[in-house]
Write a protein that binds this ligand. Structure first.
Ligand code: IMP
Ligand code: MG
Length: 192
């Protein structure tokens, strides 16, 4: 069967695919094992930073063997740019009680570190028994605050990437792979 036209159209906006869909699937199996081992015999609360971590979280939790509860948190983000311009704020918080719980905070990408350090410090005020973080992607060279994730899918170079939940102006989240967005596309898409 031919590719769906919309999907080939979106793929054509990428300069380069840096992580294929099959590689993501394979890495998530390993991450799921690492996480399951690290929480063996305990229950987990997974908190997903939406919208970016939606797809990663959905696939990751199906690779985790220990019992878990799921909640989401929404953080103000990038507006319509490829670089952050202001401090992230929590705009919709979680519903679950975290006191005494083992919490795993999940995001799509660790870039400057501002988002995860802000959210992690807000969650630790809720006195969980433990708080760890998991990201699909890590742009290590871009850090402006000292923050490292406990579980990392892939380390990537400093380029603006989209797909598998990561967006540019809310677009491209449905791509099954991760790719570098063509700079012309970044300019022509600046509407939302
Ligand atoms: P940080 O606060 O700079 O660490 O950035 C984390 C957030 O920025 C992520 O949750 C993403 O929403 C966004 N972000 C950072 N780099 C990229 C990228 O290359 N593509 C899409 N979103 C990104
Ligand atoms: Mg995000």
């Amino acid at each position: 069967m031919p590719d769906q036209p919309q999907r080939s159209g979106l793929l054509a906006d990428l300069d380069e695919i840096i992580i294929e869909s099959a590689a993501i699937t394979q890495r998530l199996k390993q991450l799921g094992q690492e996480i399951s081992e690290s929480y063996r015999g305990r229950e987990l609360i997974v908190i997903s930073i939406i919208n970016g971590a939606i797809i990663f979280t959905a696939d990751l939790i199906r690779q985790i063997q220990v019992p878990l509860l799921l909640d989401c948190i929404r953080v103000s983000s990038y507006r319509n740019a490829t670089a952050p311009t202001q401090a992230p704020e929590i705009i919709d918080s979680i519903r679950l009680e975290l006191q005494g719980a083992n919490v795993l905070l999940v995001d799509d990408i660790l870039d400057t570190g501002n988002t995860l350090s802000r959210v992690a410090s807000a969650l630790s005020e809720m006195q969980p028994a433990s708080l760890k973080t998991c990201v699909l992607l890590d742009k290590k060279t871009r850090r402006s605050v000292a923050f490292e994730a406990d579980f990392v899918g892939f380390e990537i170079p400093d380029a603006f990437v989209v797909g598998y939940g990561l967006d540019f102006a809310e677009r491209y989240r449905q791509l099954p792979c991760i790719g570098v967005l063509n700079p012309d596309r970044q300019r022509s898409n600046q509407r939302a």
